[in-house]
Design a binder for this molecule. Sequence first.
Ligand code: GDP
Ligand code: MG
Length: 390
Amino acid sequence: MLELGIVGKPNTGKTTLFNALTACNAPVAPYPFTTIEPNVGITYIRSRCPCSELGVKCNPQNSRCVEGTRFVPTRVIDVAGLIEGAHRGRGLGNRFLDSLRMAAVLIHVVDASGSTDSEGRPCEPGSHDPLQDLEFLEREIDLWLKGILSAEWERLERRAKTERVDFVEGLASRLSGLGITKTQIATALKEAGFDLEKFCSELRRISKPMLIAANKMDVQGAEKNIERLKATGRVVVPVSAEAELILRRAEERGMISYVPGASDFQITSKSLSPQQLSALEKVRELLKKWGSTGVQELVDKAIKEVLGMIVVYPVDDETKLTDKKGNVLPDAFLVPRGITAREFAYKIHTELGETFLYAINARTKMRLADDYQLRDGDIIRIVAAKGRAA
Ligand SMILES: Nc1nc2c(ncn2[C@@H]2O[C@H](COP(=O)(O)OP(=O)(O)O)[C@@H](O)[C@H]2O)c(=O)[nH]1
Ligand SMILES: [Mg+2]
């Protein structure tokens, strides 16, 4: 399963975001290093479920469907606060960085209100410039990669003086534990040449793409910084992790009805205290202003836009849109954009890939060309020589 990594300096709201995304409890506190071990949980990416368009009632097995919106699970990891020097082990940074090994995409949480200094200590709102936090974090990840690679890189360089050396092969074994592929290594080498620092920076950009969560948008003064963060050209999503956490907790306790990502909610309980009501109304004001808390949009963007994934629905029966047990549109798979039906078959099951014959588009009932690239929302039946399909 894909993994989203939440990174940033201490106190920007990473754990609050993690808790909102996973609606489970991890310790939150306004001082550095509250999080010692990484928290790992499951969160959901939003996608339009074909059920409403096709007028069928779905029975999701690996995902959830709420009023025509399919929520597809993905792993999320809350990495403890990183400060400058983390790659050298400062503030346990090395260990924290190591927990990013399997992350496919990174969410960098910054405190857009500027009320956290560069070491993660609370400070007067607006007194720290969040733009300063962007480059430091990218650099720490570059240097962490450099630390992992430098011995092997030097060895390859020495050998290259006397023989032909394949750098891609040489580096691949050091990087396989980081979920980094040979293609990614080759691309980074092509861009950077044989400059190790440049290579690490390219490799980070390619293998750990990042977007910015401009958190604490509810605090006065955040708005101006959000515009400045956007002006850097990075993908920036304004969020209030705290507001989303309030909503998801209230929903969990049956106080409100709220679908993650929605622009409003309904109060469903009659026994709320005046404090609870006023906290909820404050959140409602925020939703009115920003359209949503931004949190659901953030993870949707991370997976779909930044990582370039699409959602595909495999079925066994293309007329009933069911699996073998009769479940309608049972599974939603996150797969890379550009994948072919045969490659998709391998993702479902190695054997299905090996015995793949052809695939059918369940919407048109037409057989797909071998080079057809799957589209977001496609419903696909795989026909294989052995066994009958997904
Ligand atoms: N105003 C505001 N405060 C927030 C928000 N998200 C987190 N915080 C607060 O920021 C502080 C640090 O949060 P925490 O999640 O522990 O940060 P971490 O160190 O990055 O994991 C806590 O006091 C949170 O309540 C937000 O969206 N708005
Ligand atoms: Mg934390």
